[in-house]
Design a protein. Sequence first.
Length: 158
Amino acid sequence: MENQVSMEITPLIQADVIAKLNDVIGLLPDLFSLTADQRREVLKMGDKSTAFVSHTFAHAEQHGEFCPSYLDMVEFKKDVDLDKVIYSIKTVVEAFLSNLEDTRMIAGSEGFYEALAYYNSVKEAAKNNVPNAKAIYDDLKARFPGRGPAKPATPSTI
């Protein structure tokens, strides 16, 4: 297997990244955290709904005579603008998160491959009674429960 990632994040860089992310979070103290029930109940906007809301706001702004008396145009504008701003931030965060997840996936895959190579080497050494191999193998094989020797087939009844 080709090594695709050979990157090291020092504890200092890790702490700096986390501190800066916390700084960013601190810039937006009024973000919501919805419960599962609240998420189910709230109206959801996709791309078409977002376009509809923006387009409707433009009409409401130009033709206020059709606005119901309870419609607060100042709040409507704030909501439309906030949605656009948060969407632009979310796009950057999602790209960053995707790259983090992909890099973790590659690093994890490579680490798992390397662990399996070592495990198989220890397993072979244990079969050949190499000193210390059996204790290591017994410790590591717990990761693969139920994968012992093949069980003899039981005759089926007709």
